[in-house]
Write a protein that binds this ligand. Structure first.
Ligand code: G4P
Ligand code: NA
Ligand code: NA
Length: 194
């Protein structure tokens, strides 16, 4: 997605060889116009999949997920990282291992929002090692629903998540694929060389 790539180049910062800071439009301040176009792009790519739900993970996945859900006219569910006060029964839970924090945390979705007839699109802001995506896939499987594919805003293609998920047979659509962040330079994988 050309516009997203331009935004990443003008407003993103390669903090290190592995971390891209995009808090000016995605992870802290949010650009609603860009999110709307991201939603349109995901909706267009998955429009023939007969989706019934979108699932994401709080917090930064919510904005692109909601825009996609608005256009596809399906509900959006975000997995919670902390137990909520009112959400106590019927939780489906899975573990996410964080390489950067070297810790495992539970994420959960209420079983009442997913059922065996659901065809689910997973949306997330980043794909790195794929651990969060695998946990969402696990929750969807436990609900006996079907994970139809994944829509990722920014894939760090130099990390393992994309390959892992594609090898498992999942359709992964990433709107920007980062080839490298080395030498403070953001390089993309172009569509032709995919
Ligand atoms: P890991 O594979 O690097 O261990 O990732 P981990 O699951 O620990 O992810 C930690 C958080 O960092 C996640 O957001 C993830 O989306 C995000 N993330 C991973 N790589 C990058 C990156 O290069 N740049 C940015 N900006 N974020 C990255 P989170 O903690 O779930 O936060 P949020 O959804 O509330 O923003
Ligand atoms: Na994030
Ligand atoms: Na996220």
């Amino acid at each position: 997605m050309e516009k997203l790539q331009q935004k990443i180049l003008t407003e993103g910062i390669a903090l290190s060889n592995t971390v891209l800071k995009v808090d000016r439009f995605l992870n802290h301040q949010i650009d609603p116009h860009l999110m709307k176009e991201i939603g349109e792009e995901f909706a267009n790519r998955f429009k023939n999949e007969k989706l019934t739900k979108i699932v994401t993970l709080e917090s930064s996945g919510i904005a692109p997920a909601v825009m996609t859900g608005l256009i596809l006219d399906v509900p959006v569910i975000f997995a919670r990282k902390k137990k909520s006060l009112t959400l106590t029964e019927g939780l489906i839970t899975s573990k996410v291992y964080s390489y950067t924090k070297q810790e495992t945390n539970d994420i959960s979705i209420s079983s009442k929002f997913l059922n065996k007839d659901d065809r689910v699109l997973i949306i997330d802001d980043f794909l790195a090692n794929g651990q969060a995506a695998l946990a969402l896939i696990d929750i969807i499987a436990k609900a006996e629903a079907e994970a139809v594919g994944l829509g990722i805003v920014i894939e760090k293609a130099f990390q393992d998540g994309g390959e892992l998920l594609r090898k498992k047979g999942y359709r992964v659509e990433s709107l920007a694929r980062i080839k490298s962040l080395e030498n403070n330079t953001i390089q993309f994988i172009n569509e032709e060389e995919k």
